[in-house]
Design a protein. Structure first.
Ligand code: SIN
Length: 320
């Protein structure tokens, strides 16, 4: 099996001055060759090659890097050069890159993101095992057509559903109410379920000739909120707003009124800050289904590359 590892930085490529330091370190300092050389066992499971896409802390990820990654992966698969791809990534925005690629890669071949919570220099660093497991998952025939996967801490998650739920712990990724897809049990990938929404080979989104994405902002709603941020977003010319509402996407009267007016010209999606459950029955806005606000933002950006029709956008939120 030929597996290409695309490195983007993060804590998995991070180093600190002390082996006991797990917070004061620079992310994105080691290169792809260092990561591969640290896990010689990888070569027992796949023919691996590496490529450095960027070397950053993932809080600094850009849409340009997302487009570069998606186009590079589509190109590698189209050429038939590789059987699977692993992407090493900082954990802070890993779930967003995973969902973006879930919607923009057009292949059933495995694509797996992994990272680390402890820098490579730390005692009991988690990066090497995560990388080995990610390569095993990317090389497994069982991983085909499952959408983009995230492998962390022996767990396999679906890009649509996984989210980072802990600031420091190595068990930082969960799929909350949906549950994980499988485990890497003693080095063997085993799946127990699949995500049913459309992705990768069935996705209608194509970024081949797209050089920037529509400007969509998330507005986080809270008790005693007012119209300040919505007004600023509209003034700045955003094309869409994700409102992370309370409960079932609810919004207080002040903010709702200005969002209803905004929805005459731009697309407004209601999602929820709850972290679980769907947002349903909103007559003035698009329902964000059960996507987190940060993933709803990505789907709306891609939807707006194709249409401004609210019924079409709502269809997409029910299908992806
Ligand atoms: C980052 O997201 O690049 C830093 C944090 C991490 O990788 O865990």
């Amino acid at each position: 099996m030929k597996i290409k590892i695309l490195a983007t930085g993060g804590t998995i490529a991070g180093s600190a001055n002390s082996a006991t330091d797990t917070t004061n370190y620079a992310a994105g300092t080691l290169g792809i060759d260092d990561l591969i050389d640290a896990v010689p066992e990888i070569k027992n499971f796949a023919e691996v090659s590496g490529e450095q896409i960027c070397n950053i802390d993932s809080k600094d990820i850009t849409e340009k890097i997302w487009l570069k990654l998606a186009n590079r992966i589509n190109e590698l698969f189209a050429r038939g050069d590789v059987d699977g791809i692993v992407i090493t990534h900082g954990t802070d925005t890993l779930e967003e890159t995973a969902y973006f690629l879930n919607l923009t890669i057009h292949s059933d071949k495995p694509v797996v993101l992994t990272g680390a919570m402890r820098p490579a220099t730390a005692i009991s660093a988690d990066g090497s095992m995560n990388l080995l497991n990610a390569v095993k998952v990317a090389a497994s025939p069982d991983s085909k057509a499952k959408g983009v996967l995230v492998v962390m801490n022996d767990e396999i998650h679906a890009a649509r559903e996984v989210t980072k739920i802990h600031t420091l712990n190595v068990s930082a990724f969960k799929s909350r109410e949906f549950g994980l897809l499988g485990y890497v049990n003693n080095g063997v990938p085993e799946f127990y379920r699949t995500s049913t929404r459309k992705h990768t080979g069935n996705s209608e989104f194509n970024v081949e000739n797209i050089f920037s994405l529509p400007n969509v902002k998330i507005i986080y709603h809270h008790a005693c909120d007012d119209e300040l941020f919505v007004e600023a977003a509209i003034k700045a010319g955003v094309k869409g707003i994700i409102c992370a509402g309370t409960g079932n996407g609810s919004i207080n009267a002040n903010v709702e009124e200005i969002l209803i007016r905004a929805a005459e010209n731009i697309v407004v999606v209601r999602s929820s800050r709850c972290g679980g459950g769907s947002v349903v029955v909103n007559k003035n806005f698009i329902d964000g289904d059960n996507l987190t606000p940060q993933k709803a933002r990505i789907l709306l950006q891609l939807a707006l590359t194709k249409t401004n029709d609210r019924y079409e956008v709502q269809r997409m939120f029910k299908q992806y």
